[in-house]
Design a protein around this ligand. Structure first.
Ligand SMILES: NC(=O)c1ccc[n+]([C@@H]2O[C@H](COP(=O)([O-])OP(=O)(O)OC[C@H]3O[C@@H](n4cnc5c(N)ncnc54)[C@H](OP(=O)(O)O)[C@@H]3O)[C@@H](O)[C@H]2O)c1
Length: 300
């Protein structure tokens, strides 16, 4: 397959592109800068352009059989009103422009695998959530709804569309684990707020395998991309401390988390208990279903 990837220079994208190449696919990545292009794995073609605006890049996208849509401004930041507008436009406008490009694809209908997040469900306490659960109504949930609606529009011209709702991705050299490790390695980590909030996570290798599965099988619609065993924040903290051989007992009070992170703080103090029902029913199997095995693999 000829696969077009937005956000391919990022934490998930670089691993995905390397894996797509290993599986024999041709890969073109849309990046906003030469710096992004320099991060791409060997054998991946770069196309420089702004995904939030229509442009020449859409011709390269239209020529591909499939697209994986990962672009989006990083969420781990203080959310000013201006930054919230960027979080939204970097996902919603990008997806609209990508779908407009795919509509011009000649020949067999294209495939679109588009990222979304378990933030779709909003803060939900202990409720077990599958793809059929209704969306939340906080800022992130509304962004995810719009993001997915733009992707689903591709079904109107016959594309097969998979909206992949990622849990927190645990991987090498970045993401949430990259942010937490320095503190935990010093023995200064601990639960956030009450520590009772659920944490739906996925090993990066399983996420990349799930994205490939979505490209190569016939699945469509919403698919939760998170391990089958979510944990509470308290258990996550304890497991990470044990794997690192460090104490992880210093709690970060909720007010301090909110003070440091603003509205993003509320997101990490709540959370969702999400189950990958659609992927499991479609026959996908996780290499790292349990947290301890995933962390031991990543931190060995
Ligand atoms: N990592 C997680 O735990 C997680 C969890 C849930 C959902 N997700 C979603 O999955 C996607 C990929 O995640 P990731 O962790 O790989 O993200 P990432 O490392 O932050 O990479 C995202 C890519 O998006 C592009 N980008 C950044 N800011 C942009 C902007 N303002 N406008 C347009 N493009 C922009 C960048 O590419 P260039 O600089 O090359 O243009 C960047 O490489 C994101 O949409 C994210 O929200 C991630």
């Amino acid at each position: 397959m000829q696969v077009f990837v937005t956000g391919g220079s990022g934490f998930v994208g670089t691993t995905l592109c390397a894996r797509l190449r290993q599986s024999g696919h041709a890969v073109t990545v849309l990046t906003r800068s030469e710096k992004g292009a320099a991060r791409l794995p060997a054998g991946v073609e770069a196309c420089v352009g702004d995904p939030t605006a229509p442009g020449d890049w859409q011709e390269a996208a239209a020529a591909c059989d499939a697209a994986v849509n990962l672009a989006g401004a990083n969420l781990f930041n203080r959310w000013s009103e201006e930054y919230k507008a960027l979080i939204r436009s970097s996902r919603v406008d990008t997806t609209r422009n990508l779908v407009a490009a795919l509509a011009r694809h000649q020949g067999e209908a294209p495939v679109l695998v588009s990222a979304s997040a378990v933030g779709y469900y909003g803060p939900r306490g202990d409720e077990e959530l599958s793809e059929q659960s209704p969306p939340g109504d906080d800022f992130l949930a509304k962004v995810c709804l719009e993001w997915e609606a733009e992707a689903r529009a591709a079904a109107k011209f016959g594309a097969r569309v998979a909206c992949t709702r990622f849990g927190i991705v645990l991987g090498d050299g970045g993401g949430a684990l990259g942010q937490m490790l320095p503190v935990f390695k010093l023995g200064l980590g601990g639960p956030l707020g009450s520590g009772r909030q659920w944490f739906s996570w996925i090993h990066q290798e399983d996420l990349v395998a799930a994205l490939l599965f979505c490209l190569e099988s016939q699945v469509s619609g919403a698919l939760n991309c998170c391990a089958p065993h979510p944990v509470r924040n308290r258990e996550f903290t304890r497991t990470l401390g044990r794997v690192l051989g460090r104490p992880a007992l210093l709690p970060a009070p909720g007010f301090a988390v909110r003070l440091a992170l603003g509205e993003m703080g509320s997101v990490v103090l709540t959370g969702q208990r999400v189950i990958p029902q659609a992927l499991t029913r479609a026959g996908f199997s996780f290499k790292f279903p349990e947290l301890e095995g995933a962390l031991r693999d990543l931190l060995a």
